[in-house]
Design a binder for this molecule. Structure first.
Ligand code: ADP
Ligand code: MG
Length: 196
């Protein structure tokens, strides 16, 4: 079960993991982008952490606040993408105070759909969609979530980017893991850990 406190804990854990991986995320984005993804995510999740001490009466209210905060505080492509994911997930969580595996999965599926709609992106373009979509497609509650997420991140390395800033690198985008795929795995791992 994912409770309101559990989602808060997940977001705090995501923030510390992003902080621990800030330089790696930035290095990846320096190779196939503009080198700001670690900084963007760090700024965004710091802002998220600052709203976690407030009281929320539902998972929907918390998820919506997180999404709005990310939209407001994260520059670049990733902010509106993650922001719209949490805002859209909020509609699936609704008034619920806790969510079982099935509801969490639906909420994350809404999140993935929002990323694709906002980014006009599909699987196979070497973006965060290549983590969100296949992860949710294959997800069942007996999975080793962390191992699956690590594999999906690794799988972006050989892909050629056809969306976002990395697409300007053409074939030279091959050989580097997509930074948004890596940050997505951090966020999704943190959430799945709290579902139990
Ligand atoms: P920017 O590209 O504006 O500098 P960031 O560096 O913060 O923004 O984020 C880059 C990440 O955003 C990429 O690694 C990729 O995963 C994701 N991304 C970029 N454009 C799109 C898109 N159109 N659809 C889905 N994800 C995208
Ligand atoms: Mg960037």
């Amino acid at each position: 079960m994912l409770t309101i406190d559990g989602l808060k804990e997940a977001l705090r854990n995501a923030q510390s993991e992003i902080e621990a991986n800030k330089d790696t995320l930035t290095d990846l984005d320096r190779a196939i982008g503009d080198g700001d993804h670690g900084i963007n995510m760090s700024r965004g999740f710091e802002a998220v952490a600052s709203v976690l001490d407030d009281d929320y009466d539902s998972l929907g209210a918390l998820s919506k606040k997180v999404g709005m905060t990310l939209m407001a505080k994260v520059g670049g492509a990733a902010g509106p993408l993650y922001g719209s994911a949490f805002v859209k997930a909020a509609t699936a969580f609704g008034e619920a105070k806790e969510a079982d595996f099935t509801l969490v999965k639906s909420a994350l599926e809404e999140g993935a759909a929002a990323i694709k709609a906002r980014g006009k992106s599909e699987v196979g373009q070497k973006t965060m969609v290549d983590v969100w979509e296949p992860f949710l497609n294959e997800l069942n509650d007996a999975d080793d979530y962390a191992a699956k997420l690590d594999q999906l991140v690794q799988d972006t390395e050989d892909m050629k980017a056809t969306k976002g800033r990395a697409s300007y690198f053409g074939d030279n985008s091959r050989g580097t893991i997509d930074p948004g795929a890596m940050s997505s795995a951090i966020v999704l791992k943190a959430i799945m850990k709290e579902v139990g």
